[in-house]
Design a protein around this ligand. Sequence first.
Ligand code: FES
Length: 200
Amino acid sequence: MSEVTLTIDSQKVTAEEGISILKAAQGVGIDIPTLCYHEKLAPHGACRLCTVEITKGPQSRLVTACVYTVEEGLKVDTESEPVIRIRRMLLELMLATSPGVKMIQDYATRYGITKTRFDIEPNFCILCGLCVRYCNEVKGKNAIGFVGRGTERQVIFFPDIAAEECPKCGECFSLCPTGVLPSNYALARLPHFTYDNIRL
Ligand code: FES
């Protein structure tokens, strides 16, 4: 297995070629915030909370650490000023859309955000996709998925498919960081329930 050497927060790190910056950082105890990452799933790059700054030669840019893979000689800053700025902005947005989510509140506290400037109608699903991806990638089922685009995007149980395919393993709601999935899932267990599009 080939290895590469890079620098993460001024620390020389040797990492297996092909792994993500996030995994390399975690391997040496550097904590990068994540919301949509799960080690059993392909990276999704949805929340962008894992943003870090990379420098190759004279150029620096921001990338998502869960998606971007390690490279020889790469310099990574996980808490640089531009990184903190973008995380703070993302957290303000998330606080507006999902004000009651503990994980977001905790990250907001970590980055000194106490209130949000954004006036957006709250929608407690943060579209991290953990439930959808776990159902698809790990369970091999399509009981739950995304529909719509942009501000209309949402997660639903697909009525007919879910009735047949949902294994009722409960993994999707145990992964949901907002806690909104369990109540809807509980509804799905009622005898008269037909899986008609539940908006999460
Ligand atoms: S954890 Fe990397 S984009 Fe969400």
